[in-house]
Design a protein around this ligand. Structure first.
Ligand code: NAD
Length: 255
């Protein structure tokens, strides 16, 4: 074990409250491409602003829907990796001591058995209506009735023409308030923040590492590459989530 790994293990053992912030790299070894990888290959012709924002969806709903449909297939086919499982196992051994805040829209932390995962960017497997219902303004929440959804690409409301969209947070959209508040509480209240598999380029999620540091926590970045949060960290572990997390989180040997 390297000196940095041992240091991180010591901080982990001392920490009463641990907050783990995960990004796309957390699921890379489950076969789900990170954001940058996802834009290579077939989709390299498209700008993320076209695929992941309201204007892009308005301009070409089918293109965006089809891109998400293929990503949904990838998520459903994927399995949690050793990193997801190590986090869930640590939570079982230490109830209430480790909170997970994720930028990921997949459900691999949940399928690994983690409880109470704070999801900042929504759920790719969820559908929701794009706009308010245009026929039934008086309806509670002014949303279309799911019963009116007609199949298509994307499905649309047979009553008012509203479109179904994936339940993720797109560029330019607000994060879910309750999730962001819970994440900020976890960041402010932890003694150790572990930042796993994120480039640290997307705010406000990346700001949670700064929040934790300002509040006095140790910050450890785990990433095979340099990230924009390295400067905030007290230590950087260069490795992958599925290899490093089991090593870091395993129970100490019995003497
Ligand atoms: P990103 O693509 O910007 O960065 C991924 C980071 O993961 C990089 O720093 C990379 O070096 C690192 N990485 C790659 N392989 C790794 C591994 N095996 N172990 C650990 N780290 C590894 O992703 P981001 O920072 O999460 O931000 C992009 C946005 O895209 C997020 O908001 C997220 O919502 C979305 N996204 C989610 C998923 C998912 O749910 N699995 C996938 C792609 C994108």
């Amino acid at each position: 074990m390297s000196q940095t790994e041992q240091q991180a293990r010591d901080w982990l053992a001392q920490a009463r409250s641990i907050c783990v912030l995960t990004g796309a790299g957390m699921s890379a070894e489950s076969g789900i491409p990170t954001f940058r990888d996802a834009l290579t290959g077939l989709w390299s012709r498209f700008d993320p602003m076209q695929l992941a924002c309201e204007d892009g969806f308005r301009a070409d709903p089918q293109l965006v829907w089809d891109w998400y449909a293929s990503r949904r297939e990838g998520v459903r086919a994927a399995q949690p990796n050793a990193g997801h499982l190590a986090l869930a196992e640590f939570q079982r051994r230490h109830p209430g001591r480790l909170a997970i805040v994720t930028q990921n829209v997949d459900d691999l932390h949940q399928r690994a058995g983690s409880e109470g995962v704070i999801r900042l960017h929504g759920d790719i497997l969820e559908d929701r209506w794009f706009g308010p219902c245009r026929r039934h303004v008086a309806r509670a929440g002014n949303v279309c009735d799911p019963a009116w959804a007609e199949p298509g690409s994307p499905p649309r409301c047979g009553e008012c023409g509203n479109l179904v969209r994936p339940g993720v947070v797109w560029f330019g959209e607000m994060l879910p308030v309750a999730a962001l508040e819970a994440a900020e509480r976890a960041a402010r209240g932890c003694d150790l923040m572990l930042v796993v598999g994120t480039s640290g380029a997307v705010y406000p999620a990346a700001g949670l590492a700064h929040t934790a540091r300002r509040a006095g926590a140790r910050v450890v970045v785990l990433n095979p590459q340099a990230s924009e949060l390295d400067d905030v960290a007290h230590a950087c572990l260069r490795g992958t989530a599925a290899v490093q997390l089991p090593k870091l989180l395993q129970a100490p040997p019995l003497h």
